[in-house]
Design a protein around this ligand. Structure first.
Ligand SMILES: [Zn+2]
Ligand SMILES: [Zn+2]
Ligand SMILES: [Zn+2]
Length: 170
């Protein structure tokens, strides 16, 4: 059976437009982080907030050492351990996800809801987006239980070309 790509993706808002106003994404993410931390009785300390800001600098996943370099551009002396601890905190509270395939981190746009993360990663513009994985999660759960398999990392990562880059390359 031929599987032709559908003309209009079911979630057209999935990949942000290359020229969108990203300051709104960042502002939203920080607001959500504050709400989530308050709900969990946790504190968004200065370093945690700065790490979250560095992760949200763009929609491209960022590695821990790039975050560290970013935070220390002004000659600061933040230690790698402090960044790792902040990342652990942010992951624990669902504000950031780790993409194993890239060994990098990405901000969560659905941080206020419980969810299993699934990512589409564009190899051209390097941005990654979290897709609505409800149907995928259901199918994966069914398969796992059929095999009696206990998952430890359920994040699904799919690499390819986003709609914007695909259009440009066509
Ligand atoms: Zn954005
Ligand atoms: Zn998420
Ligand atoms: Zn792209």
């Amino acid at each position: 059976m031929a599987t032709r790509p559908r003309k209009t993706p079911s979630k057209p808002q999935a990949f942000p437009h290359p020229h969108h106003d990203h300051s709104r994404c960042t502002a939203n993410a920080l607001r959500t982080a504050e709400t989530v931390c308050e709900k969990h009785g946790a504190r968004l300390t200065e370093i945690r907030r700065r790490v979250l800001e560095a992760v949200w600098a763009s929609h491209a996943p960022i590695g821990a050492y790039d975050i560290l370099a970013e935070l220390n551009t002004d000659g600061g002396k933040i230690a790698p351990m402090a960044v790792y601890r902040a990342l652990d905190f942010l992951m624990e509270h669902g504000l950031v996800h780790r993409l194993a395939s890239l060994n990098a981190f990405i901000g969560c746009a659905l941080a206020s809801e419980r969810h299993t993360a699934h990512f589409l990663i564009c190899r051209s513009c390097k941005s990654a987006t979290e897709m609505d994985g409800t149907a995928v999660t259901r199918a994966v759960k069914k398969t796992l239980s059929e095999h009696g398999f206990v998952p430890e990392n359920e994040i699904i990562e799919i690499q390819g070309l986003c709609a914007h880059c695909h259009k440009e390359s066509a």
